[in-house]
Each structure stands twice: as C-alpha cells, then as structure tokens.
Design a protein around this ligand. Structure first.
Ligand SMILES: [Zn+2]
Length: 305
C-alpha cells in the first residue's frame, strides 16, 4: 500500500489520520483515492513567483493571472490527477507572508477539487511563512529538521521531493551533506521501484568563474554521483532556470520544468506539465500559458533504461 509522509490536505488529513510505519509518522496515502483520480497522473508546476498583490507584473507577465489560469486548467481536466506539485519559487522574491496569502487564494480551487498539493522550496521561498499560509503542505513530523522533504509512493514510481533552498533570496542552491546522507538511506530502503527525484535548483556541472556565485546546485557533483549510484533513480526534475528542456546524463533523464511565471528568454514556453507515470517510463505533456504557443500540447515519452 502506498504511503506518503506529508498531509495531503486538511480534509484528507482529518479523514485519514496518521499511521506509524518504519519509525516515521506517515499518513495513509489514499494516493489516487479521490473519486475519478488517476493514480499515475501528476500536474507539475514550477516557479510560480506569486507576489503579495495580484496586480504586480514582472517581465510583462502577471504571475497571479498565470497561476489562476493553470489552476483552472488543472481542475478542469477530464481525468483528475492524484496530486499537484509546485517545484519551488512559489513566492515572488523574498517569501513574504503576503506572497503566500495570495498563493493560498490562487490554489484554493485545488483543495475544493480534492487535489492534494506538494511543494518544494526555491531560493525565493521561506519555509516559515510558506507553512504558515499553506498549513496542509507542512509535514506532521518532518523527515529532516532543516529541510522540507517528501516521499510519495505511487503505483509505478516513488517520488522524492527535495529541498535545495540555502538562504532566502540568495540564488545558490545546495542539497547539503545531511540531506544527501538521508537520501542515500531512503533510496537504499526503496531499491526496486523506478524513482523520480525533484528539487528546485538546476544542476550545475561546472564551478562558476572566480568571484561569481553558484547559480545552481553547489554540490551537483556529489548529488549526481549519489543519484547515479542508485539505479532505480530514473529522472531528476528541476526548475529555477525557467527553461523547459529535457536532456540526459548517463542513464539519468534531466527534466527542466517550464515556469508558470515569466520566461527568461523570449519565445520559450511558460506553463505546466501533465505527467503520467507508466510502468517503464514517463509521459510528459506540456500545456503552455499561451494556447497558441507552438509547443503547446507537446508530448514527450521517456522510457527507463
Ligand atoms: Zn529559483
């Protein structure tokens, strides 16, 4: 039976209660148990950058309007996904309480539709204010004290949601020794099922020039070595660079999610991705904010090696 380690929504939390498994407090998942939900489908959102005021725009984009549109699209899917993920930079810049108040309003229809939300932390997030506004996203008993991590066991894959935030509004990301050590043990305990790992920051394989800050994951080398040493890890999903793309490093698929908010390069798509986990792979379908974008509806089929 699948379990996961964070409350899905207040309603589910009250309905399902807690269960103790392997020394951790986890919740009976009910993964995909909502009527009509497909246990293999997940809506992947990243880099929503929601400001305190719905009127605020950046790079000619109204971030609040974009997220509202995406939430409408997700809640009106004919086949309901089992969960929605926001992969970091939920807040605009500094993780302010007002940002998260606006975010909570934007995503309220997800809870009304029975769609559990899971978030990761970006460099523009702040754990305290985020959890204060989105109490359903807060783990009952965190798996790690210093980082927000979640494990979701679904029929065809285990999802590991990691935390690469170092300091609020500092661009550099890091998995860190403590989280890597925890991850190594958690992966070793789940060797058989294909595993999808997600964190906000972009892998950065080369050190920055002298005097420049790391813009991605500072401990990319150690992190990638860890993922490669666990053969069940099939993909690493990230955001941060606002650049929808899929590449490969060895056997590992690197999936760079599009931003819900603005793009950094004209012509790139913003939007979200509907992911379907198959027994031997993952299907990704891009839904762009601009319905006329040439990549809208693009489908990518990944097959696990
Ligand atoms: Zn970021």
């Amino acid at each position: 039976m699948p379990f996961h380690t964070a409350p899905q929504s207040r309603r589910r939390f009250l309905a399902q209660g807690a269960a103790a498994v392997a020394g951790l407090t986890v919740l009976r998942s009910g993964w995909g148990a909502e009527p009509g939900a497909n246990p293999h489908l997940v809506a992947l959102l990243s880099d929503t950058h929601i400001p305190g005021s719905p009127e605020v725009t950046a790079r000619d984009t109204n971030m609040t309007a974009n997220l509202r549109q995406v939430v409408r699209e997700v809640t009106s899917l004919k086949i309901k996904p089992s969960a929605v993920f926001i992969n970091g930079d939920c807040a605009y810049l500094k993780g302010l309480p007002t940002d998260y108040a606006n975010l909570a309003q934007c995503i309220a229809p997800l809870d009304d539709a029975g769609l559990p939300l899971h978030v990761t932390m970006g460099n523009h997030d702040d754990r305290g204010p985020l959890f204060a506004a989105l109490q359903a996203a807060k783990p009952e008993r965190p798996l790690l004290e210093s980082k927000h991590v979640t494990i979701l066991e679904t029929p065809h894959a285990n999802w590991f949601l990691l935390d690469s935030l170092t300091q609020v509004d500092v661009v550099t990301g890091e998995i860190g020794a403590e989280q890597r050590s925890w991850l190594a043990k958690a992966l070793a305990a789940r060797p058989d099922k294909p595993t999808l790992v997600m964190a906000h920051h972009t892998p950065q394989f080369e050190a920055p020039p002298e005097g420049k800050a790391w813009g991605g994951i500072k401990d990319t080398a150690e992190f990638m070595e860890l993922l490669a040493s666990h053969k069940q890890v099939k993909a690493f999903l990230f955001g941060h660079s606002h650049n929808w793309s899929i590449t490969r490093r060895g056997d590992l698929q690197l999936i760079n999610l599009p931003p819900v908010a603005y793009v950094f390069e004209a012509g790139k798509p913003n939007g979200w991705v509907l992911a379907e986990v198959r027994e031997n792979g993952l299907t990704l379908e891009l839904r762009t904010i601009d319905p006329a974008h040439k990549q809208n509806g693009e489908r990518i089929e990944l097959v696990w090696s």
